[in-house]
Design a protein around this ligand. Structure first.
Ligand code: ZN
Length: 196
């Protein structure tokens, strides 16, 4: 099928999306090529533009198109609180509760030695530096309540032990094994206010 190289490459590329197997990749490719070539071109351009323009906030590591993200650059945020989460999606989940006014540090992952993700990959030394800015008084650990999320929270607690900071963890209202992103807002808001 030498004449189908472009199609094969498209299907293979779509498979790099999480949760997309060969069947759904084929379905997406056929849909775009058969029914919506304009959307396909928009998608291609959007991908290229995002890859070229989106980088990480210098302060919290979340995705940003400027050196500082909008949250870090917002002078109305409470700089004495720093909430540590795994992903930008977790940050959005907490923001949607409207009950947190502090700043964030986004690990962009979690400790996962089996996958080769160690302290360096999630920027722990940068976090240590970040909390030493003289403004942060409380670090709120809001990593997921999964085995890896708990291990990550534990490692951060150990690391910050000698810093003289208050280190709290989201309360146990969040179900064990769950990812913040999928927990309802009321539960997250409650876990935030009940942190210890
Ligand atoms: Zn930021």
């Amino acid at each position: 099928m030498a004449d189908m190289q472009a199609l094969a490459l498209l299907i293979q590329s779509l498979r790099s999306l999480p949760g997309v197997g060969v069947k759904s990749a084929s379905r997406m490719a056929f849909h775009l090529l058969q029914h919506d070539r304009q959307a396909a071109l928009r998608l291609a351009r959007a991908l290229q533009q995002a890859v070229e323009q989106v980088r990480h906030c210098e302060r919290c590591h979340t995705f940003a198109e400027q050196p500082l993200c909008l949250t870090c650059a917002d002078p109305r945020r409470d700089a004495s609180q720093l909430c540590v989460i795994e992903t930008p999606a977790d940050q959005s989940a907490i923001e949607r509760t409207g009950s947190y006014r502090g700043l964030y540090f986004v690990l962009m992952g979690r400790l996962s030695p089996l996958d080769g993700i160690g302290p360096r990959e999630i920027g722990l030394s940068h976090l240590k530096e970040r909390v030493g800015d003289g403004l942060v008084q409380e670090v709120i650990l809001a990593t997921n309540f999964t085995a890896e999320g708990e291990a990550t929270a534990h490692a951060i607690t150990q690391m910050l032990h000698s810093q003289g900071l208050k280190v709290t963890r989201l309360a146990r209202g969040v179900p064990v094994g769950s990812e913040l992103e999928y927990v309802d807002l009321g539960t997250i808001a409650h876990a935030l206010s009940d942190r210890r």
